[in-house]
Design a protein around this ligand. Structure first.
Ligand code: ADP
Ligand code: MG
Length: 303
């Protein structure tokens, strides 16, 4: 694929769910408590996210989609204590290389929202002959980002994704994972079909409520709680394991939700561009402890 400015291997957006993951992380980094997603044709025709976070300032709108533009690192030292999902300034740029992007955003201290259109990392006019500068418009506090016609300029990839429902499943997978973990943030995902609008909402009680809602767990006894701290490794471990009697809807495998709270100075997030993998100190020892805990908990409840 000829992605101007991007070698194909560098692009982190391979399917709609990858783009959505990045957009959700940005909304969470912006302190949002309400995230509404709209999807058409498995996210290929339209992928839209609306949040109620802190918004983007008018003067930053020209550069937000440039590569390596981030507001999340203020100093070199911050790199060792990253507390946000983003810090590379790579995601929005990548999306503008493979889709038509529109951002409408309002900060609390601005009187109005601003809207701008982007392509290949820069502002572009909404139509020929008009200015590319962000335009004032009505809007709520927060940010709406719309990506349209994903892979319009990468026909091979576009063609490989004919199964919209598979793409939609991947999208729901991403939404569900972030929704379970981020108790306190409500997620809505609306699927716009030719004649139907499907809405699935995840509202927010506790993590356990979210797990119940996503995986259809009925009673608390179907979930085994894990709650441990290993001071010597500066790690807290919290999670839920389904017990042996449980089956995920029609599937019959158990699931595990695990949250590791690690001192950021012990984590290296620079090993994988989308942070699918990270390195952390004492990894082998910590994994060993986790396995022990899980085995012990399962042995207790299934006997
Ligand atoms: P990163 O998340 O690594 O900083 P991104 O390319 O994902 O890079 O985003 C670039 C910048 O755009 C962010 O640092 C942030 O300042 C701004 N931004 C993106 N999405 C949002 C949002 N939903 N709300 C507020 N600011 C946003
Ligand atoms: Mg980001």
């Amino acid at each position: 694929a000829e992605l101007l400015g991007y070698a194909d291997s560098e692009c982190i957006i391979h399917r709609p769910a990858n783009a959505l993951k990045e957009l959700i992380e940005n909304s969470l980094d912006a302190g949002s408590t309400k995230i509404q997603i709209t999807v058409k044709d498995g996210g290929l025709k339209l992928l839209q996210i609306q949040d109620n976070g802190h918004g983007i300032r008018r003067e930053d709108m020209a550069i937000v989609c440039e590569r390596f533009t981030t507001s999340k690192l203020k100093s070199f030292e911050d790199l060792s204590t990253i507390g946000t999902y983003g810090f590379r300034g790579e995601a929005l740029a990548s999306i503008t290389y493979v889709a038509h992007v529109t951002i409408t955003t309002k900060t609390v201290d601005s009187n109005c929202a601003y809207r701008a259109h982007y392509s290949d990392g820069i502002l572009v006019p909404p139509k020929p002959g008009v200015s590319a500068e962000p335009k004032p418009c009505a809007g709520n506090n927060g940010t709406q980002i719309t990506a349209e016609d994903l892979f319009y300029n990468v026909p091979a990839r576009r063609k490989a994704m004919r199964n919209f429902s598979e793409e939609y499943n991947q999208i729901m997978n991403v939404v569900n994972r972030y929704a379970i973990h981020n108790a306190g943030v409500s997620f809505t995902c609306k699927k716009q079909g030719s004649n139907q609008v499907d809405i699935s909402t995840l509202s927010t009680g506790s993590i356990i409520d979210n797990i119940r809602q996503v995986y259809g767990v009925n009673t608390a006894s179907e979930l085994i709680e894990v709650n441990k701290e290993y001071r010597e490794f500066e790690v807290k471990l919290k999670g839920y394991i389904s017990n042996a009697n449980y089956s995920v809807k029609k599937m019959t495998y158990p699931f595990l939700y695990l949250s590791l709270d690690i001192n950021p100075k012990n984590v290296d997030v620079n090993v994988h561009p989308t942070k699918r993998e990270v390195l952390f100190l004492h990894e082998d020892e910590i994994i060993g402890r986790i396995c022990d805990v899980i085995q012990a908990r399962l042995a207790n409840t299934n006997s």
